[in-house]
Design a protein around this ligand. Sequence first.
Ligand code: ZN
Ligand code: ZN
Length: 383
Amino acid sequence: MKSKWTAESLLSHLSYGYYTQDQETVAVSIRNSVEQPSLLPREQDSEYDTSTSSLGSLDHLSLELLHLICEKLDVQSLVRLSQTSLRARAVVGSFPVYQVLLKHARAALTNLADTRLLSFHPATTIYSALVSSECISCKKSGAFFFLLTCRRVCFQCLRINPALWVIPVKFARKCFKLDDSLTFPPPGMPVMYIGSRQRPVGFVSAKCARQFSLSVHGSMEEVHRLQAADGMHASTLMEGYFMQFLRDAPLQPFTPVMLSSTGWWEEISEFYVVLAQDLPANRGCLVFPPWSVADGTVADGLWCRGCSRMVPLYRHGKLSYAVLSNIMPDLPPDGIETVEALYERASCARSKEQFWKHVATCWGTREDMPDIEQVMRQLHLYE
Ligand SMILES: [Zn+2]
Ligand SMILES: [Zn+2]
């Protein structure tokens, strides 16, 4: 019997994410078609006669040297430079990094402009994130762009690495005892602004705030001491516990052992979700398909629907011990490590090739489509 499935329809049934051949999928995930804010120029579209235009004192420098200067500049400065003269516009427009960013990282640039982060990082930092596929924190594949630092990250690290957490400036002041006499955030510390122009709310990295507090108070013990001397200023018990957690947490991804030894992990991560709910995109991170320098293509990033169904099933007690120990033989079938391992599976983005390999043996997919192996064989997707 002929299968009702094609490789394409099977792929969109079993996965979601960005698949470069499938324009509809791409459109769902990536805001490529967003309105261009006035700060971002239109793509360089025409040739200009720059023979009579000048760059002032930079005029005697070769194009190579001018591009080396461009490498040091952030995108906002590049835009401003390009507006000074036709020659400057031609120089910036021919800067390869800038060309690639305008073409393949427009959503990132737009969001950086919207949150006033565009001036904090050289254009080359955004470019490096675009052309790498590695999460800065765990070195595995990362499908997201972290706006505050302009680095590539994976969703699992965003969840379990407090070094990637972003907190309101007001909260950071309270948590790390930074009173109004201190200039905080100090110049140079990236601040992500959310909300209206008139009343924006600033967010900073919890890690940077803690480091700044250390430079002021000398140690977190001193911060604890000041907090105790002042009386607790947390509005709720959970807020107090969360602040203590941020002051003491290791600034790296939590390992299963660390997770199980951290009491209240679930409550802490839930508290953070509420604190970070106003951040744009997902906790201040955009889906960011890696772009290949070698062949100029954008990599696919497919998430498995079967795997993403497993977290809620587990939470509702619908995954048996037998199933769990079969899927993850190294972990105890209950406890926080198991939930995190399931989250990790659900948040893993794969290339199309990796995805077909995975899905043939994915428990969650089999539950939805018991005949998956047979269908894949018919389509010659599984040997
Ligand atoms: Zn990671
Ligand atoms: Zn799966």
